[in-house]
Unconditional design. Structure first.
Length: 443
């Protein structure tokens, strides 16, 4: 449709049309870097002397998989590589592309468009099923198509093994606020030239934009553009203020995807911070979970941590945590943050023991490997023996009939009778248990 419109325009009008069309695209697309040095972040990949930079500068590009969160430069770098290698760039998105789209690209290999080879940038490859990924194999194996695939999910879980074995995986990381600020200031300069106006933005405001985007360069640039569009005019200047930007970023200050890696990273950091007795970090991750509305995840991990990591060192904490969780679920957000904060800080400051956790894991390991055995006769729930049993009788010793309510007898099956699953923790509570039973058992 666009080609038909342009066909009827004079050359001068075509130029105006293309300029207007470009200006309607997001600022983040309009200022994509023209060189590797313009790309912010990813110094571990494209910094001076780094392996990926050397590969790109040689111009002999292998099949690549870019793994990392959105907005950190995966598409930007793929576009730059396509220009660097003079290959024809084709873009597909795994959420919308089909096998027919791939075949359309394959059909261009023997045409003028595929003269120097085709670089296929496949965004969100994890949404391609196994069959769709397999259709790429022949072409990326013989080098007629160079594949650069990107994914926000772990490729070792979501990308077909045959594709992985023919590709090199590079992990992209969230960009630091210092690096993002460079992109924000470059965006300001670009807008001033493009819009023929002066922009007044304080260092504090640029810093806030850079800090509030959660390591996502695209989000920062989009925020800058929104700030520009909503900026006040004063004596021919566009004034972008911190207050205005705060209104735009209040609900987009960090990454969170309930089905993605970031979700599980936050949950993991939350539980590990409680286990590590770091109240400040645990409260920080609790705030991130609650800001994203993940009340269920916050409650579940909190209860697990109370049982797994505090455990027998302070067992009375477990019902207290359960009560806090019940209150949180009953009152809902935002008030739920209060009882949960109480419980998180109690878990962080409690003594720790994973002795019960280790014990049940060892027992489960034996069961799963087939080590169980017959239940000893004295523990069985039957009170008579068959004629084939020469030693008739249950022989169960009732502990309450003995001093200190204890009598020694075998409880584990014969195959496991000397097995030790539980080892007393070195905390005050469990050591008091140990001292008591050592005395009773005469050990």
């Amino acid at each position: 449709m666009i080609l038909n419109i342009r066909a009827g325009l004079e050359p001068a009008l075509i130029c105006i049309y293309e300029r207007d069309e470009n200006m309607t695209s997001p600022l983040a697309d309009r200022i994509r870097p023209e060189s590797l040095d313009d790309i912010v972040g990813q110094e571990h990949l494209i910094g001076s002397g780094k392996a990926l930079r050397k590969i790109i500068e040689r111009g002999e590009i292998p099949n690549l998989i870019f793994y990392g969160p959105s907005g950190v430069g995966k598409t930007t770098l793929a576009s730059y590589i396509a220009r660097k290698t003079n290959k024809t760039l084709k873009k597909l998105n795994g959420t919308t592309a089909s096998t027919a789209d791939l075949k359309e690209i394959f059909s261009q290999l023997d045409t003028f468009a595929g003269l120097n080879g085709i670089l296929l940038y496949l965004d969100e490859i994890q949404y391609f099923n196994k069959k769709q990924q397999q259709t790429l194999l022949e072409f990326i194996e013989n080098g007629r198509i160079t594949l650069i695939a990107s994914t926000t999910e772990n490729p070792y879980f979501y990308v077909y093994n045959a594709i992985l074995s023919r590709s090199t995986v590079f992990e992209f990381k969230p960009v630091t606020a210092t690096e993002i600020k460079k992109a924000v200031l470059r965006g300001v300069n670009f807008l001033e030239k493009e819009q023929s106006c002066e922009i007044d933005i304080s260092d504090e405001c640029a810093e806030y934009i850079s800090q509030s985007c959660g390591g996502d360069v695209r989000k920062a640039i989009n925020t800058l553009e929104l700030g520009f569009l909503s900026a006040d005019d004063c004596k021919g200047k566009k004034i972008i203020t911190v207050d205005n930007v705060m209104q735009l970023t209040r609900k987009t200050a960090f990454r969170y995807d309930k089905n993605g890696d970031e979700h599980y990273d936050i949950l993991s950091a939350y539980q590990k911070s409680m286990r590590g007795s770091d109240s400040d970090a645990a409260i920080h991750y609790l705030a991130r979970l609650l800001s994203a509305g993940d009340l269920t995840g916050a409650c579940r991990r909190l209860m697990v941590c109370a049982c797994e990591d505090v455990g027998l060192a302070y067992p009375s904490l477990i019902p207290v945590v359960k009560s806090c969780v019940d209150i949180a679920l009953q009152v809902g957000l935002p008030e739920a943050r209060i009882p949960l904060a109480d419980a998180v800080i109690m878990v962080c400051n409690s003594p720790k023991s994973n002795s019960a956790y280790n014990a049940i894991n060892e027992a489960m390991k034996d069961i799963e490997s087939g080590k169980s055995g017959s239940i000893p006769r004295q523990l069985q729930n039957k009170h008579f023996d068959g004629e084939d049993n020469p030693n008739k009788g249950q022989f169960y010793l009732y502990p309450h009939d003995f001093e200190n309510h204890y009598v020694k007898q075998q409880y584990l099956p014969d195959e496991l009778k000397n097995k030790k699953y539980y080892v007393y923790g070195d905390n005050k509570n469990e050591q008091s248990f140990k001292a008591y039973w050592d005395k009773i058992k005469g050990e």
